[in-house]
Design a protein around this ligand. Structure first.
Ligand code: FAD
Length: 400
């Protein structure tokens, strides 16, 4: 169907984790939405694929992410209530590392700020309850995030898009948005299926945003997603009971995240970040989708260190894209013109917060002050850094 002569309140460009949730939260408020996805809704070209995503409420990325995680969790369950699939399982999640250092110090700052009282496992408890972990030192502890669990990204994206459609949104697959022009009465959005008039546009274009909105200084990376089996039995793999969703700080060695097999026949998923070989910037029209041995060398080293019973060579792998902002926080809000919004910078942490991001961006489109503090995510900081200072050096991006 050609979209020419169509007119809507908001065009949402890109229907991955962020775009599908934004379309849902806008349409649920009675706002007319047209959503365009250049591939299919739920595809394996962007960032929202790979069967599972870890959910944590206690985030080390920013203390103010805790209220967003709670909002997102509530919305995931609301979405799940209207879907035939499980979207979020509650399994607990482990945050592991040396007492008062790195990941643990950041998690404890969240715990203190919000008066959370999580269970803490000492080194001996970790060794006894989760013998799969190797090289646990006496200094190691694990904070148990009892709201932690796992999301199923393909099902989540489909459920959000279906919910948006049920609320009247017109979401189309295989439609690319080329850009927009502004005139006195609104916007004209150019798509591969004709022009469409709108009052507002939201670019939820994941890794493609770096090229579409270069002022935001976003970076697109290709990251291997990898799945593993046991060392001495390539048909078997650690289960979720052996290995719940976790993040482990290995000090100078790096960080690992992952979880055991989510279901019968599934595999154990493990990943790292800060990998020296992973910082392979991509242009979205020229992505090497093959996983090479140098892409996984650092990960395999960390897996061997942390899981002596796991074969450090991945049994399966697939490239996934990641969009990083210079300060590793989300980039949400108007860019330049008050009718043009962006929702990007999901980095390695965005999926769990996607429904909350949908709600925040819907608030922004309606000019409503969000119930949670969003200042640190506001897109404006990328355009006019405070005091004209150059943006701080890019830290490595934690995943999960
Ligand atoms: C390996 C890896 C592991 C991760 N693990 C976790 C985790 O455990 N927990 C967690 O919370 N997060 C995790 N993340 C991060 C999370 O997956 C991302 O932050 C999130 O999926 C980003 O979603 P998005 O909507 O911004 O991007 P995408 O899902 O890529 O969506 C963008 C969409 O826009 C479409 N598009 C782009 N340009 C156009 C255009 N011009 N016209 C039409 N359509 C367009 C694209 O086709 C795409 O479908 C992980 C990321 C990676 C890479």
């Amino acid at each position: 169907m050609n979209v020419s002569d169509k007119s809507v309140d908001v065009v949402v460009v890109g229907l991955g984790a962020f775009g599908s949730s934004i379309a849902w939260r806008l349409a649920a408020r009675g706002i007319s939405v047209f959503g365009a996805e250049q591939h299919t809704i739920s595809n394996s070209f962007g960032s929202s694929h790979g069967l599972t995503r870890n959910f944590r409420s206690i985030s080390q990325n920013h203390t103010l992410l805790y209220p967003l995680a709670l909002l997102s969790r509530e919305l995931w369950f609301e979405l799940e209530g209207n879907s035939s699939n499980t979207l979020l399982t509650q399994t607990n999640a482990l945050i592991m590392g040396q007492k008062d250092k790195g990941l643990i110090a950041s998690a404890l700052a969240v715990v203190a700020k919000y008066g959370i009282n999580p269970r803490v496992l000492e080194a001996a408890d970790i060794r006894r309850q989760y013998p799969i972990f190797g090289n646990i030192t006496d200094e190691d502890i694990a904070i148990v995030d009892e709201l932690g669990g796992m999301l199923f990204p393909e099902k989540c994206v489909t459920a959000a898009a279906n919910a948006a459609t049920r609320h009247g949104a017109d979401l189309q697959e295989n439609v690319e948005v080329f850009g927009h022009s502004l005139d006195g009465s609104g916007l004209v959005v150019q798509t591969s299926n004709g022009d469409i008039r709108a009052n507002q546009i939201v670019y939820a274009t994941g890794a493609w945003t770096a090229e579409l909105l270069p002022r935001l200084k976003l970076k697109s990376l290709r990251i291997p997603q990898c799945w593993f089996t046991y060392q001495h039995d390539s048909d078997a793999t650690p289960s979720l009971a052996d290995l719940p969703p976790f993040q482990r700080d290995l000090g100078n060695v790096g960080r690992l995240w992952g979880h055991g097999a989510a279901q019968l026949g599934g595999l154990t998923k493990l990943g790292t970040h800060g990998d020296p070989t992973r910082d392979r910037n991509v242009y979205t029209n020229n992505i090497d989708r093959a996983v090479h041995s140098e892409d996984v060398a650092h990960l395999s080293k960390n897996v061997a260190h942390s899981f002596p019973n796991v074969n450090p060579v991945p049994a399966k792998s697939k490239i996934c894209l990641l969009t990083e902002s210079v300060d590793n926080q989300f980039v949400l809000g108007p860019v330049g013109d008050p009718r043009v919004f962006v929702a990007s910078g999901g980095s390695g942490q965005g999926f769990k917060h996607a429904t909350g991001v949908g709600e925040i961006v819907a608030d922004m489109c309606q000019g409503i002050k969000s119930s949670i503090d969003t200042g640190f995510m506001h897109a404006q900081r990328m355009i006019e850094p405070p005091n004209g200072a150059a943006v701080a050096q890019r830290p490595t991006s934690p995943i999960s």
